[in-house]
Design a protein around this ligand. Structure first.
Ligand code: NAD
Ligand code: MN
Length: 358
């Protein structure tokens, strides 16, 4: 029997609550499937670790997880640790060196969940956002001089490489091709950002020649927010830069009902390094410890991890269980307007897995 080794990094805040729930669900799935087992190694890295050791993870942290088959990640961020330290010290310290350049964010309105858009009942909103995840605005290039003085200067340079842009646009065309509608929207801000973003547009046109079966268009990011809210049915697959897609995918999650349901895969498509799977939300310290964090995003994330591990039937079984649970408004957490707890949603998904005879 195959064993998949998974590095679990719950991180901070509700990250700990939703990853604990996700592991329970994954273990129930493995028992139900019978064809594979999951071996979890737990890493207590994050803001508490930082307060004790001055680092978000140990110096050799990446070496400790380099040979795992996947990383299951919660969220980072604590009220008393600067956000740039928690983000750069852990999440980006894994994504970037492990070359997880393709960040994939599916969004759809799950059964029983209400979109805040009046004209969306479900099928009109079914997107995959592909986020460039290795460079661009989050390349870490920049600096600050004359700190605190009137002549202070600070820069964050958005650095794009041809190799980096070609590979993400190619990945997005492949994604679009794999979906029934075969539509791709390439999002930039190439009117204002006239160097790197113009290169994006040019590369998109070049790569598109290899995908005559994919219909594609270009959109400026500001106009894209309007299209997402006014004409969601015209969108299928989207590719955008690290920053733009970060923002658009939170909007997408909200339009699909809640930030708490949305999943992410940070993929190293060549599989030279492990890929990392996480809900898109953060550590949500406003609700930490209350037992009401929505675990659905972390469960949906687990389906992406299972597919990556080659366990498609288990992934499908979990998605069916998730959809049966979201269909019941009594099992909605407060972010969805309900009263259910993380515990109740988790138990319901586990029960639904057990009852699934497909
Ligand atoms: P957030 O995603 O943590 O929370 C935004 C809002 O959504 C909050 O009101 C929160 O209660 C709600 N929410 C989020 N996830 C939810 C869930 N599963 N169930 C119910 N409600 C949920 O974003 P924020 O408040 O901007 O950031 C909080 C901290 O998280 C910051 O330190 C930030 O840097 C960090 N952060 C980390 C990541 C990550 O680790 N990938 C992503 C975003 C933010
Ligand atoms: Mn984000």
């Amino acid at each position: 029997m195959k064993t998949h080794r998974i590095a679990a990094i719950p991180g901070d805040g509700i990250g700990k609550e939703v990853i604990a729930a996700g592991i329970e669900v994954l273990e129930a799935l493995a028992r139900r499937d019978g064809g594979f087992t999951l071996a979890f190694d737990h890493f207590d890295w994050g803001s508490d670790y930082y307060k004790a050791h001055g680092l978000m993870m140990p110096e050799d942290g990446r070496d400790q997880i380099r040979n795992h088959d996947a990383i299951y990640f919660g969220a980072v961020g604590a009220p008393d640790v600067p956000d740039h330290i928690s983000l750069w010290g852990l999440r980006l310290a894994i994504c970037q060196p492990f070359d997880q350049y393709a960040n994939v964010r599916p969004t759809r309105v799950l059964p029983g969940i209400t979109s805040p858009l009046r004209h969306v009942s479900g099928p009109e909103l079914d997107w995959v956002i592909v986020r460039e995840n290795s460079e661009g605005e989050y390349a870490g290039v920049g600096g600050r001089v004359h700190r605190g003085l009137p002549e202070e200067v600070a820069t964050d340079v958005s650095m794009m490489t041809r190799t980096g842009v070609v590979r993400i646009i190619r990945f997005a065309f492949e994604m679009a091709r794999s979906r029934p509608r075969k539509l791709l929207t390439v999002v930039t801000k190439s009117n204002a950002q006239r160097h790197a973003m113009v290169m994006w547009d040019e590369i998109a046109a070049e790569v598109a020649r290899d995908y005559p079966d994919v219909t594609w268009d270009k959109m400026l990011v500001d106009a894209m927010t309007m299209r997402m809210t006014m004409k969601p049915e015209t969108i299928d697959t989207v590719v955008a830069t690290n920053l733009h897609a970060d923002i658009l995918s939170d909007l997408a999650a909200a339009l699909a009902g809640s930030l708490g349901i949305a999943p992410t895969a940070n993929l190293n498509p060549e599989r030279r390094f492990p890929s990392m799977f996480e809900p898109i939300h953060g550590s949500a310290f406003d609700i930490t410890g209350k037992g009401i964090a929505n675990p659905i995003g972390t469960f949906w994330t687990a389906t992406m991890m299972l597919e990556h591990l080659g366990e498609k039937p288990a992934a499908d079984r979990l998605m069916r269980a998730i959809e049966r649970v979201t269909a019941d408004p009594d099992l909605h957490t407060p972010d969805l307007g309900g009263k259910a707890t993380t515990r109740q949603v988790t138990d319901a998904v586990i029960a639904s897995i057990g009852a699934d005879n497909a």
